[in-house]
Structures are given as structure tokens and as C-alpha cells.
Design a protein around this ligand. Structure first.
Ligand SMILES: [Ca+2]
Ligand SMILES: [Ca+2]
Ligand SMILES: [Ca+2]
Length: 247
């Protein structure tokens, strides 16, 4: 009986350490990265979550996503990568090739999310209205438009690292690691998208997709990441310092 008790005790100790070790070897540090698109040959999701994108029109992914100045090149993503998010961070290296400044609602559309009956569920755009003499970043949520910041950085036609995040009722914009302004007040409603309703590089209008060429991204997108929380400044610095691989 004495030996049995000792053996049982030692077994319990061994089991305890086995459990501790397996916990430590599986820290799940990346479970807040929903999707990651490197575009180094295709539009696959590098996060391990299997949210592969689909290149449509003449869009290519040979090192970066190329969206030409038309109304057909685009990347379609599974709507679930953004659906139901409250806090989020969308980040990417961005470069425009052509800047739309006319006619009525010109835009460079990075992200366009829609659901049945609501084509402007979420929009993130870089805009230059020649008629308003205004250049800025805009976010639209469920038809409500918010100016994120006045900024013309992308007009140099070079690559820049852009982060748009929402934390509760605050949205923030970072360009090349620097926050522009102090953030804006915004709705904290959960993002709500539906099947087929997430497009990168064109602006969705109902009925159907009905894209406007003067609202296409008309440029390049690389290392596009979707996080389900608001990145901290040091995390943004870190991602910015890593840069991107255009092959
Ligand atoms: Ca790349
Ligand atoms: Ca629209
Ligand atoms: Ca439109």
C-alpha cells in the first residue's frame, strides 16, 4: 500500500509538469491576427485561419496586390474576416499609381464592406476632391461618414505603411508609424457584412457590385493584415520596421 501511494504521488507530479509544459509550448500568441495577405505569388491567407482571398478582373499578386485604374480589378475576401468585429486594426503598405480627383465622388478605395441592403457598411478611402481643394482619409460606417484626418502623404506616389484602427468609440490613423491627430469619435457598432460583401480595391454599390472606375484603388497594396483588436503604438512600430516584401 505504501508503494502504491508513493507511485500515485509521483504520477500526479509527473502529470502536473506534463500539463504545465504543454501549456507553455502552445501560447497561441497569434490568435488576434485574423488574416494576413503577403501577396507573394497569390492571395492566400498566411495567418493559418484559411481566409484565402480571390483575385478578380486583372488583379495580380506577384509580390504585392496590383489594382489597375479600372472598374474590375479587385480582391474578394471571405466576409467573415471582418464580420462582427468591434475593435479592429487594418494595416497595409499602400501606394497609389493614379489619383482620382474628378468627377463627382472620386476616391481611392482600400476597403469596401457591404451586406444585403447596405453597400456602405464599412469603407476606408483616401480622397482628393479637386473641387473642394481637400485631400483626406475617410472612413464610412453604415452610411455615416467620418473624416479620419487631412493628409496628402500618398500623393508622393511612394509606398507608405497605413494603419486604421477602432478601439471602442475612437478611430485612429497611423501613417508610417506616426499617428495623425488624436483620433476621432466614431460608432462602435459591430461590423456586419454578408456573403460576397468584402472587396479590396473597388467600391461596392448596390444593386450588384456596380463598381465606379474613379473609385478604384488604382495602385498597389502589400502585407495587408486584419487584427481583431486595436494595435498598440509599439506593435505598429514593430510592423512598420519589418517593412514588406515585394519579391
Ligand atoms: Ca508582399
Ligand atoms: Ca458604395
Ligand atoms: Ca460607388
Amino acid at each position: 500500500m505504501k508503494y502504491f501511494t508513493k507511485a500515485l504521488f509521483l504520477s500526479l507530479i509527473a502529470l502536473f509538469f506534463l500539463i504545465k509544459c504543454s501549456e507553455n509550448s502552445n501560447p497561441n500568441i497569434d490568435d488576434r491576427l485574423v488574416a494576413e495577405y503577403l501577396f507573394d505569388g497569390d492571395a492566400s491567407d498566411n495567418s493559418g485561419n484559411n481566409y484565402d482571398g480571390t483575385l478578380l478582373g486583372g488583379a495580380t499578386a506577384n509580390g504585392f496586390l496590383q489594382i489597375n485604374d479600372n472598374n474590375s480589378d479587385r480582391l474578394s475576401l471571405p466576409y467573415k474576416v471582418m464580420d462582427s468585429l468591434r475593435d479592429f486594426s487594418f494595416s497595409a503598405w499602400l501606394k497609389v499609381d493614379v489619383i482620382h480627383t474628378t468627377p463627382i465622388h472620386p476616391a481611392q478605395t482600400w476597403i469596401s464592406g457591404a451586406r444585403v441592403g447596405e453597400d456602405n457598411a464599412i469603407l476606408i478611402m483616401y480622397r482628393d476632391f479637386q473641387s473642394w481643394d481637400k485631400i483626406w482619409w475617410e472612413i464610412k460606417l453604415n452610411e455615416t461618414t467620418y473624416d479620419l484626418a487631412i493628409d496628402s502623404t500618398l500623393h508622393d506616389m511612394e509606398w507608405h505603411y497605413v494603419v486604421v484602427l477602432r478601439e471602442g468609440e475612437i478611430a485612429r490613423l497611423y501613417i508610417d508609424g506616426e499617428q495623425l491627430g488624436i483620433g476621432i469619435s466614431i460608432s462602435d457598432a459591430l461590423l456586419a457584412l454578408s456573403e460576397g460583401g468584402l472587396v479590396i480595391g473597388q467600391e461596392i454599390d448596390l444593386p450588384g457590385e456596380n463598381f465606379d472606375p474613379t473609385q478604384s484603388w488604382a495602385g498597389k497594396i502589400d502585407e495587408f493584415r486584419i487584427h481583431n483588436y486595436a494595435l498598440e503604438q509599439e506593435e505598429i512600430d514593430s510592423l512598420y520596421s519589418v517593412g514588406h516584401d515585394t519579391l
